[in-house]
Design a protein around this ligand. Structure first.
Ligand SMILES: Nc1ncnc2c1ncn2[C@@H]1O[C@H](COP(=O)(O)OP(=O)(O)O)[C@@H](O)[C@H]1O
Ligand SMILES: [Mg+2]
Length: 310
């Protein structure tokens, strides 16, 4: 067993009658990363997470969490992981604080009131711990859900679309909280159908579609590839006709008077001096990189289908 690996699946498959929800999925998730599990609705994210939690039996394949076979040692894993798969259920007539106390008690965890209050503050429910849960917004319930998963200080957190249904402010708060939790050397396996969410919070990503892995890697590596540069000049038409003398640059007019060129960073100084030599003023030069969305579309050749910026 590799000490540095949090989650491994091999050939993981879930077949429902005529639907293959998850198809021969191989995952290796290193410890201490915020790993994005990205895919459109119906891609098989929840099914995979349910299998990793031991809630659904795989049809084929093997899977282990923290070195333990999920099917054989679910009890050993349970103490070390936390998960939010659906909106967590709480007692509405109890306060947030009381709910956490009940949960801690029923899970045999001895936490002091002070420790519970620290958790409440931690997830951004400062001053609201004594309010009844029935008066909480969805975002507050989600945050209480995170507090509940943190009761046992888990090494691995599974979060299945944790910002679903939240308003924009709630979404931002939840993303910040997840980033903070990930900075604590925890492994976070975060499923999402939102590309920009994954781009913002995760260090690594695996993209699945129709149950199959399409792409994976460090987001910084995936996005490091330069597509070209956009240049804002004092005269876009003049700049265009000058750069058209260099077909390799494939100069093009963009929106708002920008000119784009297909160039690498070391081509840019001579592009600029050529323009300056022709008395064209340069206002801005911006590097354009692949977005995860473009990579995904390139890879699958499919239209967006629910994978969208939001
Ligand atoms: N219990 C089930 N019975 C039959 N089909 C299911 C069941 N659960 C999920 N599916 C199907 O498996 C596919 C993957 O679903 P799911 O894992 O929920 O995707 P995601 O979470 O990525 O949106 C979908 O086509 C879904 O309809
Ligand atoms: Mg789902």
């Amino acid at each position: 067993m590799n000490e540095q690996i949090a989650i491994v699946t091999q050939g993981l498959t879930k077949q429902y009658k005529n639907i293959t929800a998850v198809n021969s999925l191989d995952l290796t998730i290193p410890k201490g990363t915020i790993y994005g599990f990205l895919g459109p609705n119906g891609a098989g994210k929840t099914t995979t997470i349910r299998m990793l939690l031991g809630l659904v039996a795989p049809s084929r394949g093997t899977l282990s969490v923290l070195g333990y076979d999920v099917e054989k040692h679910r009890d050993k894993i349970a103490q070390k992981i936390g998960a939010i798969v659906e909106t967590p259920a709480f007692y509405n007539y109890l306060s947030g604080e009381e709910n956490l106390r009940v949960l801690a008690y029923s899970s045999n965890l001895s936490l002091t009131s002070k420790e519970i209050n620290v958790l409440i503050d931690r997830v951004g429910l400062i001053g609201r711990g004594k309010d009844k849960v029935k008066n909480y917004s969805l975002g507050m319930k989600q945050r209480l859900g995170i507090a509940a998963t943190l009761l046992s200080n888990p090494e691995v957190l599974f979060l299945d679309e944790p910002t679903n249904g939240l308003d924009p402010a709630g979404t931002v708060e939840m993303r910040n909280l997840i980033s903070e939790l990930g900075a604590e050397n925890r492994t976070i396996f975060l499923s999402s159908h939102l590309l920009n969410e994954v781009e913002q919070i995760c260090s690594d990503v695996v993209i699945i579609k129709q149950g199959e892995k399409k792409l994976e890697g460090k987001i910084s590596n995936l996005l490091a590839h330069t597509k070209g540069f956009s240049i804002k000049t004092s005269s876009v038409t003049q700049a265009l006709s000058i750069l058209q003398q260099y077909p390799k640059l494939q100069p093009q007019l963009d929106n708002d008077g920008w000119l784009s060129v297909k160039a690498q960073a070391n081509d840019i100084p001579s592009v600029i001096s050529t323009l300056v030599y022709a008395n064209i003023g340069i206002y801005q030069v911006i590097e354009r990189r692949n977005t995860l969305e473009e990579l995904f579309l390139e890879l699958t050749g499919q239209p967006k289908q629910g994978l969208s910026h939001n």
